[in-house]
Design a protein around this ligand. Structure first.
Ligand SMILES: C[S@@+](CC[C@H](N)C(=O)[O-])C[C@H]1O[C@@H](n2cnc3c(N)ncnc32)[C@H](O)[C@@H]1O
Length: 260
């Protein structure tokens, strides 16, 4: 069952009308991750992007149809991309087998009904259904969890297990790790593994919706602790090697649901 939509149309568990205004400033598509997604889409000539937001990772070499329920996110789509249709994953307004491939990037954790959304994507897609997700089982293996376990706990409770996602595809999936580059342009929490100062920018944090779902006191404690450890050099003593580590193998995964 779909949840009630908010004033800007947001259909997930957060209100992008309230937190999404500067999303696209911090959440640009990262070219390394983009290449991996586009490889998975194969030679599709028609692609559906569900929970498309401001259009990150949408291919520009083929015909794209974008679906996005939040008006504030639709408004941030750059002019060179197609206008997004106001609809939700759980009820896609398309005929069966309408698209060669479909994609959904960091959105499934916000849907009210994962299985319904995946069934809808499978229904309207002839070929691969490609999801960029996080594996909740790998969420705590990151220094951020030492400073604010609440954010990681919220994220791991929102993302479905890889077993559940695979089951929603009837087991017909491949799951690939998605290594995050050191200069990652897409500001999700793992993007800053080697640039901890970025977490002291409130707008950068709020470009990841999980920060809006933890108590303010926890965020205030986090800011104080991280600032102090950066100033004293303790963060660098423990994790400084990450400032030079070219990739981070975190919880990011590419799920490729097979067509046919
Ligand atoms: C973190 S943003 C990701 C946006 C974009 N795909 C990207 O990679 O930057 C999550 C998006 O999912 C959308 N969303 C939430 N619930 C949805 C649903 N039930 N159906 C479709 N989209 C949904 C939100 O409005 C938001 O734009």
């Amino acid at each position: 069952m779909s949840r009630e939509r908010r004033s800007d149309g947001s259909a997930g568990d957060v209100d992008y009308g309230a937190i999404g205004g500067t999303y696209s400033r911090y959440r640009q598509p990262d070219p390394v991750i983009e290449a991996q997604i586009h490889r998975a889409l194969g030679d599709a000539k028609t692609v559906l992007n569900v929970g498309a937001g401001a259009g990150s990772y949408e291919p520009t070499h083929c015909a794209v149809t974008a679906v996005e329920p939040s008006a504030s996110m639709r408004a941030q789509r750059p002019a060179h991309l197609t206008r997004a249709i106001d609809a939700i994953a759980e009820n896609l307004p398309f005929e069966d087998d309408s698209f060669d491939a479909s994609m959904a990037s960091v959105t499934v954790h916000q849907w009210s009904d994962l299985e319904a959304g995946i069934a809808e994507m499978r229904r309207v897609t002839r070929g691969p259904v490609v999801l960029l997700v996080c594996d909740p089982a790998a969420m705590m293996d990151y220094w951020l969890a030492d400073y604010i376990p609440e954010v990681r706990a919220v994220e791991s409770s929102r993302f479905p297990s890889m077993e559940r996602v695979a089951a929603a595809f009837g087991g017909k999936v491949e799951i690939e790790p998605v290594p995050v580059p050191l200069d990652c342009r897409d500001g999700f929490n793992e993007a800053y593994y080697g640039r901890p100062e970025a977490f002291l920018d409130e707008k950068a944090r709020l470009a990841c919706s999980s920060w809006s779902l933890v108590p303010r006191e926890a965020v205030a404690r986090f800011e104080a602790a991280l600032s102090a450890d950066l100033e004293s050099g303790l963060w660098d003593e423990k994790y400084g090697h990450l400032r030079r580590q070219p990739f981070f193998d975190g919880p990011l995964r590419l799920v490729i649901g097979k067509g046919g």
